[in-house]
Design a protein around this ligand. Structure first.
Ligand SMILES: NC(=O)C1=CN([C@@H]2O[C@H](COP(=O)(O)OP(=O)(O)OC[C@H]3O[C@@H](n4cnc5c(N)ncnc54)[C@H](OP(=O)(O)O)[C@@H]3O)[C@@H](O)[C@H]2O)C=CC1
Ligand SMILES: O=C(CO)COP(=O)(O)O
Length: 343
């Protein structure tokens, strides 16, 4: 059996500890400096993660950020970075100072980054910032953390430019309920991971913008179906612009994750509010206060890219620009069906 160190005890990092422990590996779950209360709770007898319904396996060892030492990482077979995008700078520093020998690092983080050539994925920037990261593995695909923690059937994709590294981690993590594919298109999987959160905001806004009160959920389905299709097409083209393959957007990391996020993610809850004439500022200060809604940061980064003269036009990306306008101007989502043209 091996050793997996998961850094970041949010819902996603903690849920990945479940299949890792079920496979008999030694699992260290390290909180970020902001995760103190989570680690405290997990250490209590029968301790349950505050945002996950299931108690984690007894064999998972919770560790506070200040207790993490280089020796904890020295014999790890893999490190999993479970932080959200605001935590990337912190974890980069931890890995740069803490890793004393080459080790693969897998990231669940869903965001974009600024490289020397402009907007790009974490797969483009992070390997240069961590000397001993032997391989960057991007984890993508539809995975609501609470479902995985409860061992609900879940399929994901592990991507790396070094396929044996992705395959080795798949060997360690795959269980009967957590089924894993591999992909060499790490830029594509990483691009989709960030973009699907962003597009989920627009698709979900469409679910509430047009009402059909004859349905139990009150949502007209035709407008959402159109915008879902548009989201996938725009995601595929943006994925290619970010160095990935268009076809990745039509697989688990793209359309699969867009589907699950629209169905049950936090970005979707934001979109539902925007579709009912509310604003990002209002929603993030009320029912979404304290939640990780990464599509907002992605919208801000895409806005800069669109305005940088990169050849991305409103005409070619009508849905992306409608989401960007709502986020940047802090106003409700507007998408006018009467302006749709085909061909
Ligand atoms: N939730 C889900 O179902 C899924 C999430 N993901 C991705 O996994 C990543 C983690 O998500 P999730 O676990 O839900 O998010 P959480 O908000 O629950 O946790 C994020 C982690 O990052 C830490 N963190 C946040 N900001 C900082 C910072 N500035 N410095 C240091 N640490 C920080 C958090 O600490 P603290 O909790 O104290 O803020 C926590 O450990 C995200 O990128 C998300 O998109 C991927 C698939 C599914
Ligand atoms: O990434 C997710 C599912 O794969 C969860 O999406 P949210 O971050 O919107 O909750």
């Amino acid at each position: 059996m091996g050793k997996i160190v998961i850094i970041g005890a949010g819902v996603m990092g903690s849920s990945l500890a479940v299949p890792a422990a079920d496979n008999g590996h030694q699992v260290l779950l390290v909180g970020s400096p902001l995760d103190g209360p989570i680690i405290e709770r997990l250490r209590q007898p029968g301790g349950i993660h505050p945002k996950l319904d299931a108690p984690l396996s007894h064999s998972i060892e919770p560790l506070a950020a200040e207790q993490l030492e280089a020796s904890h990482l020295a014999d790890a077979d893999c490190v999993v970075a479970g932080v959200s995008s605001p935590g990337i700078a912190w974890i980069t520093e931890i890995l740069q100072t803490g890793l004393s020998r080459p080790c693969p690092v897998a990231f669940v983080t869903k965001g974009l980054d600024e490289g020397s050539g402009g907007l790009c994925t974490y797969a483009d920037t992070l390997p240069d910032r961590v000397a001993h990261m032997s391989d960057f593995i991007g984890i993508g695909g539809p995975c609501i953390a609470r479902e995985l923690a409860n061992r609900q059937p879940t399929a994901s994709v592990y991507a790396s430019s070094n396929m044996p590294a992705a395959q080795a981690l798949v060997q360690m993590m795959q269980t009967s309920y957590y089924r894993l594919g591999v992909s060499p298109d790490v830029a594509g999987v990483e691009a989709c991971a960030a973009l699907k959160n962003f597009f989920a905001i627009g698709v979900s806004a469409m679910q509430t913008r047009y009402r059909d009160d004859t349905r139990p959920d009150g949502q007209a389905k035709n407008p959402t179906a159109f915008v879902f299709t548009l989201a996938v097409a725009e995601m595929a083209r943006l994925t290619q612009r970010l160095g990935g393959q268009q076809q990745t957007a039509y697989a688990l990391a793209g359309v699969g994750d867009l589907h699950v996020t629209v169905g049950g993610g936090r970005n979707s809850r934001l979109g539902h509010g925007l579709g009912t004439d509310r604003t990002v500022g209002d929603l993030m200060a009320s029912e979404l206060a304290g939640e990780t809604v990464e599509g907002i940061d992605t919208a801000r980064m895409l806005a800069q890219w669109f305005r940088s003269g990169a050849g991305l036009s409103r005409q070619d990306y009508p849905l992306a620009t409608a989401i960007i306008d709502a986020v940047l101007e802090d106003r409700p989502f507007r998408f006018d069906f009467s302006e749709i043209t085909f061909g």
